[in-house]
Design a protein around this ligand. Structure first.
Ligand code: GLN
Length: 554
């Protein structure tokens, strides 16, 4: 019988519910259980694919091409599991399914109602994950904050599930305890109010994860226990940490895993967090830095720098750097700074970094600045890794400045360019024309064959991401995740190759260029796919690792 743990958030958003869920999952996994996690996002959008990253943060992509919330990325990184569309539920998806079923007469002619039919659809989806995965634990993160209108139906689903499965369901509230500067004391009242709001929805939390700047002291634990109706041992202190990977260890210090198992009548099958502990030790003790510049555009919001848009890239850099005993120092560089009159002096400033990454992106803004930065890396032998758009812009830069194709461009930015070295994928043209934007990009995992002897091939050789000898021809095949509408135009392959661009990865089914690199450069690699989505803390992505290695050598 699978166990279900619902996790809701109290007081405010952004307190790390996703990492809390991932950490609970990691702990249970380390005790010998199979764990799956599901993210529920209360928005109407069917998926995250149509949202602006500044508003939503990164759009994470799974193997099956689901464009989802970045929390799913966190689950994958912590649990080291590949998740799918089943692990992501939105209000849009639920209503879409219920309406489709109604149209198909699947409700047997009765009146279909918001309650119970919407919560029932949610329950159906959660149980489907349990059935398909045969996991011992299904963790369900309910997005938003308790007390808001948006996630009420999901809380209702949780309540109904408890009614149905009783002792196989557990509720965790992730709450926040502010320490107002003027008062200087940690306050429990907002958490008490959050629990009351949860009670109103018919739910009593079994465990409270108390997020705060500092650890909880005994009086605060007792107070929450008394006023929120949970046992003192079930109030778990969750202070701010430098690295999110420390959180499972902190939870374990408070015995969280044991508390969960006890409540559900289970016993640990094994105990092994040692690899994870080693990782956290490395993170804490590493002092030597490696300085990486990310040239992007999705991080300005008013007076704040939001780096959420590139979370998988950041994590992939960290994983690789830690595995090489370096502390990653990431610098945000706005692409637009390299456009205009000051640009060449600014460009020279790039030398202070050990390497440059140009991540994915859409639209014209910042593109010319990124191209200049890439050109600087190529000419000055500065390690460079281009991801999706970054690879496309590296191709454009090479076409313009090495092949002499003046004003070469992508048809995304200049539809009339004489040299469309990057062009739209034919079927994408139809989607755009018909305004069918949602879920229509080239999405998810595709195969890519590596060219032997190249830098990329060498990088993958040492990793377990490579399927060797898939057939008698001894081909080197990898599978990586995509999210794009444009690609390298095969008509220009001849001239690019003649001038020294190496196509080190090709999609065998459609003959598309997936990886480019240059010779005579310590590391200048661009990928049409997003390697960052497959990087895991204990298994850094080989291309990121190789890139960081070169950065260190610089
Ligand atoms: N805008 C480019 C395309 O659609 C790149 C997309 C990306 O970087 N994810 O092909």
């Amino acid at each position: 019988m699978p166990k279900y743990i619902f996790v809701a958030g109290g007081v405010m958003s952004g307190i790390g519910k996703g990492t809390a869920v991932s950490s609970v999952g990691k702990i249970l996994q380390s005790k010998g259980f199979k764990v799956q996690a599901v993210k529920i996002d209360p928005y109407i959008n069917v998926d995250a694919g149509t949202m602006n990253p500044i508003e939503h943060g990164e759009i994470f992509v799974t193997d099956d091409g689901t464009e989802c919330d970045q929390d799913v990325g966190n689950y994958e990184r912590f649990l080291d599991e590949n998740l799918s569309s089943d692990n992501y539920i939105t209000t849009g998806r639920v209503y879409q399914a219920v309406i489709r079923k109604e149209r198909n007469m699947e409700y047997g002619g009765r009146c279909v109602e918001v309650v119970p039919d919407i919560p029932n659809e949610v329950i159906y989806r959660i149980e489907k994950v349990a059935k398909k995965s045969k996991a011992d634990f299904i963790l369900i993160e309910i997005g938003g904050t308790v007390g808001e209108y948006q996630n009420l139906l999901f809380l209702e689903a949780a309540r109904m599930m408890r009614l149905k499965k009783n002792q196989n369901v557990l509720f965790i509230l992730v709450s926040y305890l502010p320490i107002p500067q003027k008062i200087g004391e940690m306050k429990t009242k907002p958490t008490q109010t959050a629990v009351r709001l949860l009670n109103e929805a018919g739910i009593q939390p079994d465990i409270i994860l108390a997020r705060s700047r500092l650890p909880l002291d005994e009086p605060r634990k007792k107070k929450i226990s008394t006023f929120c109706n949970v046992q003192r041992e079930d109030v778990i202190s969750a202070p701010d940490v430098d690295s999110i990977y420390e959180i499972p260890l902190n939870f374990e210090k408070e015995n969280l895993g044991q508390r969960i198992l006890k409540k559900l009548g289970l016993k640990a099958r094994k105990k092994n967090l040692s690899d994870w502990k080693k990782l956290v030790e490395t993170i804490k003790k590493t002092k030597k830095q490696v300085k990486i510049g990310i040239v992007g555009k999705y991080f300005g919001s008013g007076n704040f720098t939001l780096t959420d848009s590139y979370i998988s890239v950041i994590e992939a850099i960290k994983h690789a750097a830690w595995s090489l005993n370096r502390k990653p120092k990431i610098h945000w560089i706005s692409a637009e700074d390299y456009e205009g009159c000051l640009s060449s002096r600014r460009l020279r400033g790039l030398k202070k970094y050990d390497g440059i990454i140009v991540p994915g992106g859409f639209g014209k803004r910042g593109v010319e600045g990124k191209i200049k930065a890439i050109g600087f890396c190529r000419e000055n032998k500065l390690p460079f890794l281009g991801l999706c758009l970054g690879m496309q812009l590296a191709t454009i830069e090479f076409a313009r400045n090495v092949c002499g194709l003046k004003n070469a461009n992508s048809t995304e930015f200049d539809p009339k360019t004489k040299y469309p070295v990057i062009d739209i994928i034919p079927e994408q043209k139809i989607f755009l024309k018909k305004k069918r934007y949602g879920g229509t990009m080239r999405l998810g995992a595709y195969k890519c064959e590596l060219k032997t002897g190249t830098k990329s091939w060498r990088a993958y050789l040492s990793s377990n991401l490579l399927t060797k000898k898939v057939n008698l021809e001894k081909k080197y095949i990898i599978s990586e995740r995509h999210r794009h509408r444009y690609e390298l135009n095969n008509k220009f392959r001849g001239i690019l190759e003649k001038r020294g661009l190496v196509f080190s990865g090709i999609n065998p089914e459609r003959n598309l260029v997936e990886i480019i690199e240059t010779k005579d450069h310590p590391f200048f690699v661009g990928t049409q796919f997003h390697p960052e989505f497959k990087s895991r803390p204990l298994r850094p992505h080989p291309l990121f690792r190789e890139f960081i290695k070169r950065c260190i050598k610089k």
